[in-house]
Design a protein around this ligand. Structure first.
Ligand code: EPU
Length: 420
């Protein structure tokens, strides 16, 4: 028995949607919480997504207590924590389980875990994370399916990242906050989720400067204490609803949003002719017609987010002319295009790029979510299409979209699940 999503397309959207806490911050903050010494860590705004359930299972396997006194509030306490091998299934369900490498290495100077999982977006090595740990004095061994990473002492170092990797920046920060002396991460990633993590660690007693720039300096401290933290809004969830509204809104307001975090998207949409009003912490999208084709290239923040490339591809089927999308972060992140073609889209895919020709009306069909944001692109396509769309492998969507059913229904979408 599996669950599928069905969408009856063509309904105009109206009303308000409130964005949840950022998935990609949450998946770093939860492992970071184990760095606190025996005191409660209260995290607020935790999205209701299956990635959080997987991380909770990992925490519990480490003997960490996790309570959720109310929706979105997680209370984490490490008093009874033990550094056991991480080899439960949950580790393979998401990529970010590898943040326990940095956190456990930082706290216990050793970690043993199996290969993390996550969406297949082409090869996703994490060599830069491991090189960072080695630079701090750890040894890394991979044998019989386990990574064993350990150090007598972790000592701060200067680490230049060959690529401004989000994951490597976060993992090195997690390992370095309790290391001896100064760590400097050069060519660090600048994504807002990194600033959120730095703010959280700083509240707990870490000494971090430069998060949000390409050079992050961490002066090691000897201990951290639990402190409360509110997660920043999810810019990718926000971007997904903005794109959806650009296609289908009569009048939709997206609330709990930091407009600066989605500026690369909103400026492209304005270029396309989308009718929007940008507020302080909300964006209103009004009915938008006669959209024009645009070209864009995915880049690290503050460039156009690769995670919004897939939802944006769907919208471009509705724009007049040929739009070219270049993908510089994950060359193979185009699996959604084959599914969109099944729904009538005219898309040609080349090496790390796709050309979408519009206006092409979409029709409902049976499609498969091949990864999280591919799933989002198909939800938008289903809302736009004539007839009923049936989406399979929806566990990908549930990994990262908080309360998607109720949010879409509140906007007037005809969206439901069936078990087959
Ligand atoms: N890379 C390496 N070696 C490394 C690390 C990365 O070659 O050691 C390469 C990757 O293969 C990729 C590029 O560098 O080509 C970017 O990887 P990065 O490390 O920046 O990404 P990530 O940390 O694996 C996070 C998000 C992704 C998002 C990217 C880019 C989380 C948990 N994941 O991944 O989010 O696409 O940054 O912004 O934060 C999603 O939410 O759907 C998602 C995939």
């Amino acid at each position: 028995m599996v669950e599928i999503i069905k969408i009856e397309g063509g309904k105009r959207l109206n009303g308000k949607v409130t964005i949840g806490g950022a998935k990609n911050a949450t998946v770093a903050l939860i492992p970071a919480a184990i760095l606190a010494d025996n005191s409660d860590v209260n995290i607020y705004g935790v999205p209701n997504i299956s990635d959080v359930e997987s991380l909770t299972e990992i925490l519990e396997s480490l003997g960490v207590s996790v309570e959720s006194p109310e929706s979105g509030h997680y209370k984490i306490n490490t008093s009874n924590m033990k550094n056991v091998d991480l080899d439960i299934d949950a580790v393979t369900r998401l990529r970010a389980s590898y943040y326990f490498m940095g956190a456990l290495l930082g706290k216990f100077k050793s970690v043993r875990m199996i290969m993390p999982g996550g969406c297949y977006l082409g090869p996703r090595p994490f060599d830069l994370h491991l090189k960072g740990f080695e630079a701090l004095g750890a040894t890394v061994d991979y044998s019989q399916g386990y990574y064993t990473i350990k150090a007598d002492h972790l000592v701060g170092a200067k680490i230049y990242l060959d690529f401004a990797s989000v994951g490597a920046t976060i993992n090195i920060m997690l390992a370095a906050v309790l290391a001896e002396g100064r760590t400097v991460i050069e060519n660090a990633a600048k994504e807002p989720e990194i600033i959120d993590l730095a703010n959280f660690l700083t509240k707990m007693g870490a000494n971090i400067r430069g998060a949000g720039t390409n050079e992050i300096t961490i002066e090691g401290v000897t201990s951290l204490n639990g402190k409360p933290h509110d997660i920043i809004p999810d810019r990718i969830e926000a971007g997904t609803y903005i794109i959806m509204a650009a296609a289908m809104a009569d009048d939709v307001t997206i609330e709990n949003i930091i407009p600066l975090h989605v500026e690369a998207l909103t400026s492209k949409l304005i270029e396309m002719g989308v009718n929007m009003e940008i507020g302080v912490d909300s964006i209103r999208i009004l009915k938008s017609e006669d959209l024009k084709a645009v070209d864009f290239t995915t880049q690290t923040y503050p460039g156009f987010a690769t995670d919004l490339q897939q939802p944006m591809t769907t919208l471009l089927t509705r724009a007049e002319g040929a739009s070219t999308v270049k993908e510089t972060i994950y060359a193979e992140r185009f699996k959604h295009t084959a599914e969109l073609q099944r729904m009538g889209a005219t898309i040609s895919v080349g090496t790390a790029q796709a050309t979408i020709t519009g206006v092409t009306p979409l029709f409902g069909n049976k499609v498969t979510a091949t990864d999280l944001r591919a799933g989002a692109s198909l939800v938008i396509a289903g809302l736009m299409a004539d007839g009923i769309t049936e989406i399979h492998d929806i566990y990908h969507i549930d990994r990262g979209y908080d309360e998607i059913d109720s949010k879409l229904k509140a906007l007037g979408a005809k969206f439901w699940r069936e078990t087959i």
